[in-house]
Design a protein around this ligand. Structure first.
Ligand SMILES: CC(C)(COP(=O)(O)OP(=O)(O)OC[C@H]1O[C@@H](n2cnc3c(N)ncnc32)[C@H](O)[C@@H]1OP(=O)(O)O)[C@@H](O)C(=O)NCCC(=O)NCCS
Length: 322
């Protein structure tokens, strides 16, 4: 199978910033409690006229425009989300319509919570290969503020809204190695349409334990893939490791356990909070915009979250510098 390379990126988040101090006026909490346990200082919440769909359209327009591709070249649209505007139509269908993309391509949402963006990249690769297409639009976007119980201080301080879009190209010269899995747990739970309580509940301790096991496990599996020269991938082949931005302590714990260089592990949950499927593409776009990603480098992406799903990939990144 050919590999995948990200050839352009776009991101979107709402305009309203909500700080830890703002939250401390709503629930009994403090900036000190939240930032010391999570690394989060502020997040964005959608206001009037902003939603998962509107942000997915905005970030996808930016990614398509930056790619310089004609829109007819896009061969599938996959959106990773758990917080779409409607149960149906999917966010992907609404992006397809807004960008006037082709009507003879697969267009769907993927629900794998915070691992969603990795799952979506894998689904995209499979569909491009099966249908003989070259380019796909992959989005990770969330409006988690609509799923929060603002009286539950153990969850409402953790999450935020936003995400990003990438255009990927299937190519002989690119790399895409992925691992995906799930334990089927209910440690993070949110009722669906028709249920009484449609807000996020979480066993924070159990999720923390799962995350600090899943992350190094994924990395180990990814480093067991062989390169073309027969040697295994190593951290030296990777420009940045971009983990799901749930909590800085989860990433710090793993960096320490792996005796890894912390500079290779990007963190931006301080100003976005946990945006579930949105966090990895938000981080990729931010790194790219800061000029920290070389053309033709490799990224390691790792997600973990509700379900308890996990997923990781090594993917080529070959977008023109901003
Ligand atoms: C959620 C998390 C930050 C909680 O940190 P913790 O140190 O384990 O805190 P605990 O849950 O043990 O709670 C400790 C106390 O703080 C309180 N507390 C919980 N949220 C609080 C808040 N926002 N402000 C102040 N106090 C809070 C609890 O009520 C508890 O009080 P008690 O001892 O009187 O019962 C931590 O478990 C975590 O990071 N889990 C992973 C969550 C995650 O990342 N999920 C998404 C994965 S995709």
């Amino acid at each position: 199978m050919k590999g995948l390379q990200i050839i352009s990126v776009g991101a979107a988040h709402p305009s309203k910033v909500v700080t830890n101090d703002d939250l401390s006026k709503i629930v009994e909490t403090s900036d000190e409690w939240i930032s010391s346990r999570t690394g989060i200082h502020s997040r964005f919440f959608c206001g009037d006229g902003e939603s998962c769909v509107s942000m997915a359209i905005e970030s996808s327009k930016a990614a398509l425009e930056r790619s310089g591709l004609e829109k007819e070249k896009i061969g599938c649209v996959i959106v990773a989300t758990i917080s779409g505007d409607y149960a149906t139509p999917s966010v992907a269908c609404m992006v397809q319509r807004a960008l006037a993309l082709r009507e003879d391509i697969p267009v769907l949402d993927v629900n794998a919570a915070c691992s969603g963006f990795i799952y979506a990249l894998s689904v995209c690769q499979g569909l491009l290969e099966a249908n003989g297409e070259k380019y796909g639009l992959v989005v990770g976007m969330e409006q988690l503020s609509r799923l929060l119980n603002m009286e539950d201080r153990s969850t409402c301080v953790l999450f935020g809204d936003g995400g990003g879009s990438v255009i990927v190209e299937q190519s002989e010269n690119a790399v895409f190695k992925s691992v995906l899995g799930a334990k089927g747990g209910e440690e993070i739970l949110c009722g669906g349409a028709g249920t009484k309580d449609q807000t996020i509940k979480m066993d924070g301790g159990a999720v923390f334990k799962f995350a600090v096991t899943a992350l190094p496990y994924c990395m180990k599996k990814l480093f067991s893939f062989e390169k073309e020269d027969g040697k295994n991938y190593s951290i030296d082949d990777i420009s940045q490791v971009i983990c799901h931005q749930a909590n800085s302590r989860i990433i710090d714990h793993c960096v320490k356990k792996l005796k890894a260089n912390p500079d290779k592990f990007y963190k931006n949950m301080d100003h976005f909070g946990n945006t579930s499927a949105g966090s990895i593409p938000l981080a990729i776009e931010e790194l790219w915009r800061m000029g920290r990603l070389d053309e033709n480098c490799k990224l390691m992406l790792i997600g973990f979250g509700s379900g308890l799903t996990w997923g990781g990939c090594i993917i080529s990144f070959n977008a023109k510098r901003p």
